[in-house]
Each structure stands twice: as C-alpha cells, then as structure tokens.
Design a protein around this ligand. Structure first.
Ligand code: SF4
Length: 316
C-alpha cells in the first residue's frame, strides 16, 4: 500500500463493557484512500462492530484492545467530516420535524468549505440531486415522513456525503429496500464513490451485493475475520469453508424476490461461550479434532488469506 492508509487495524478486539462478551477479536486490516472493502457476515457476526470501529464510532465505555489508527486522517476521524456513515434505518439519522433540505444544509454549513456565492441550502439541493431524488428543490422542503423508505435512505446518503468525507461506511444500508430500489441504491453508492474518489466500507450479509460493490472482501464469522482478499481471488478461489458455504448458499441458487437469503445449516456460536479453537468447527464439514484444539492461525498475507488449518499459505 503506497499511500498512508485511511484506517489501520492490527489485532483489534472489542467488548462493549468490561465483563461483556468479546464481539470482535483479533481484527487486522488496512484501507487505502479510494479503496472499496465489503465486509460480509451473518447477523450478530460482529461485522457492524467492525464498521463502527473503523469509523471511530464505538459507544463510550467500549473496551478496545490491539492497535486502531487513522494514519491519513489524524488522531481520530471527525464523524460526519472525515467519515460518513449510512445505517440500515434512515430514521436514526433524520430529524422527523425538520425539512430534509435544512438537515442536509446544516451538515454542509458545519463541515464543508463553502464557495461564497453558494448557500448551504443550495448546496444541499445539489446533493439531493446527486443522490437522484426527484425534483430536489421540492424534495428539500419535504419532511421525512412525506418521503418513501427508499427516498429517506437517499437523504441519509446525502447527509453522509454532506461533510465531503474521504470514507463512506454503509452498514446494511440497502437491506431494508425492495430489490429494484436496492439495485439502484447500490449502483448510486458505487457511482458516488467513483465520482468523488471516496473509499467505501460496505457492510452486508449479502455476498452478491458485496461482490457488486467491493473490490476487496472481508468475511466475518462469530467475531473474527476468517477470510480477506481481492474480490476476484475470494470469489474465484475461496480458502475458508465458511466463505465457500456462504457462496453455495447465496450465489448457487436463484435469488428469492424480496425474501430472506438462504442460510447455512446450524447456528453461529453464542459470543459469550464460543467453542474452543475454530469457531466455525461445529458447522464445518471439513473439521478434524485439531480444529477444536486451538484457534487456527491466519494463513497467507494479512490482506489476502484465511484463518483455517487447511488454507494454503504459511501461517502469518
Ligand atoms: S480450521 Fe477446521 S473447522 Fe475451522 S474452517 Fe478450517 S477445516 Fe473447518
């Protein structure tokens, strides 16, 4: 990586309180300016915690171990300015009693360097147009409840972009949308990142969406990154049985219209009582007794490898 990374994690672990279960363990990754990383995992896998850690938005009182830094952003990223965040539910980002244009204008006024001849509201209307809301000047005068779910999510995206961040984090930001709206939103996020040279962390349970937006993929299982690498390598030659199982479940079938994605047999472990050794062992068809003896080492490069006894490459 020739440029300073936007964010760098080395062996990062997270607990939300001193005696609570570890929800993220030993996470190592780096993200360069303009890069697009898709983080894939089932519900409760720790993928959202990883997104919050990258954004510097872990709740107060969280216990973070390991090394977490933002070399290209200074000591800590400024939320809304350096990193924009889009959540699954836009209502968490929107004020129900304020016109959406004013909400975007407020963020523009606080965070963006303004051209003297453009008001924050004019810039907000321009942003609402960039996120492809119809009639942006009229939409700017609407309250959130007057918009559809897909339109509210576009406003949330405009809010996240309003501080001109260098990194956009979208956490299941398209999951609640119907398939057609979702496909348009995914394409829009990709275009905005291309146009502005924005780096992206796209957090999702859907490996097909991850493949659409991520140039690199990180697969998270039970609080650990179990595989990471360039999209073509991970999808072309997956090294971890969990990645292979996800691909078989989600990519090997016809996608249901608006329904839930098929899942892998069995359940992820309870984070409070993870099994010894490899956390995927109870669901893994390849498991041998050595898999449960100790956490399998990461094999391969930190950004192109997998944590499985049988993955190719030397232990890191
Ligand atoms: S270490 Fe063993 S149990 Fe874990 S994924 Fe690899 S083969 Fe399966």
């Amino acid at each position: 990586m020739s440029q300073s990374p936007l964010v760098q994690l080395e062996g990062v672990g997270v607990r939300y309180a001193p005696r609570s279960p570890q929800v993220l363990a030993d996470a190592t990754l780096a993200l360069a300016p303009g890069e697009r990383l898709a983080v894939i995992g089932e519900s409760g896998s720790g993928k959202s915690t990883l997104g919050l850690a990258i954004a510097g938005l872990l709740p107060q009182g969280s216990i973070v171990t390991g090394h977490l830094a933002w070399p290209a952003l200074g000591d800590r990223p400024r939320p809304g300015r350096d990193i924009g965040f889009v959540y699954q539910d836009p209502s968490g980002s929107l004020d129900p009693v304020m016109r959406v244009g004013d909400q975007v204008a407020e963020v523009v006024a606080v965070h963006s360097a303004m051209a003297p001849d453009v008001t924050p509201l004019e810039q907000a209307v321009n942003l609402l147009g960039r996120v492809e809301l119809p009639y942006p000047a009229r939409t700017a005068r609407a309250y959130p409840h007057q918009l559809s779910g897909g339109q509210r999510q576009r406003v949330a995206l405009a809010l996240a972009m309003a501080g001109r961040p260098k990194l956009l984090i979208a956490d299941e930001a398209t999951s609640a949308l119907d398939p057609i709206v979702q496909a348009r939103m995914v394409a829009l996020i990709g275009r905005l990142c291309d146009d502005d040279g924005l780096a992206l962390v796209f957090v999702t349970h859907d490996i097909a969406l991850a493949a659409t937006l991520g140039s690199r993929l990180a697969v998270v299982y039970a609080g650990r990154i179990v595989e990471a690498g360039p999209r073509s390598r991970v999808l072309g030659a997956p090294r971890h049985p969990y990645t292979r199982a996800l691909m078989a479940a989600q990519l090997g079938i016809e996608r249901p219209r608006g329904g839930r994605l098929p899942t892998i047999e069995g359940q992820p472990p309870d984070p409070a009582t993870p099994p010894p050794g490899c956390r995927f062992a109870p669901r893994c068809a390849l498991a041998v007794s050595a898999c449960s003896a100790a956490q399998p080492p990461w094999r391969g490069a930190f950004d192109d490898g997998a944590a499985c006894l049988f993955a190719p490459g030397n232990p890191a």
